[in-house]
Design a protein around this ligand. Structure first.
Ligand code: NI
Length: 192
């Protein structure tokens, strides 16, 4: 007989103006040095570290359940800035479990979400306060801060999703998001 997996109810608060949550089980900071396999212009990234220090590009505050069934959720904050011509972004990943879909809800700032199934289907959506983006489990997803303030959004996904970052390290997403004349522009990723 299989052991019963019990869920325990819990309660927390979210500030819907700035996205802060009153409780989380983990806080992850992702710094410039962690992003070396992801940004196109590695020289620009190394120069940034030398000049500005190994600063935090984005951080997330998550309530994770370490069990098979359940939902993980949290808040991601991507600070504004760029590396070479690329805006700050999250590493991006595929879910190992292709049936594990995800939802984003924009709270603050201006962003872009890239969705790429690796088989020719590619979408990009603006992420702003009040936007909801539905991410099917077989699409890699990355979020980019295309504004000049923090980009803050809520996310929720099944706790058995699993994360594949390696595929993204190998070739990235179909498009790069570049800052050209102070506007965001999508261009083909030469490494893809
Ligand atoms: Ni995900």
């Amino acid at each position: 007989m299989e052991a019963e997996i019990k869920s325990i109810p819990f309660y927390l608060l979210i500030d819907l103006v700035n996205g802060s949550i009153s409780k989380y089980t983990k806080k992850i900071e992702v710094r410039l040095s962690d992003m070396k396999p992801y940004f196109y212009d590695i020289n620009a990234l190394n120069e940034k570290i030398e000049k500005e220090g190994n600063y935090v590009i984005y951080e997330y505050y998550e309530n994770s359940l370490d069990r098979i069934k359940g939902l993980n959720f949290g808040i991601t904050i991507i600070h504004p800035g760029s590396i070479g011509k690329e805006y700050h972004f999250t590493r991006g990943h595929f879910h190992l479990n292709k049936e594990a879909d995800e939802i984003y809800i924009g709270i603050k700032g201006k962003g872009l979400v890239l969705l790429d199934n690796g088989k020719g289907e590619f979408y990009s959506y603006l992420l702003e306060r009040g936007t909801i983006i539905y991410i099917p489990g077989d699409f890699a997803h990355r979020t980019i801060n295309i504004g000049d303030e923090d980009l803050v959004y809520f996310y929720i996904y099944p706790s058995d999703a699993g994360h594949d970052y390696e595929s993204i390290q190998r070739r990235g997403f179909k498009k790069l998001v570049l800052k050209i004349n102070n506007k965001f522009t999508l261009v083909d990723n030469p490494r893809y």
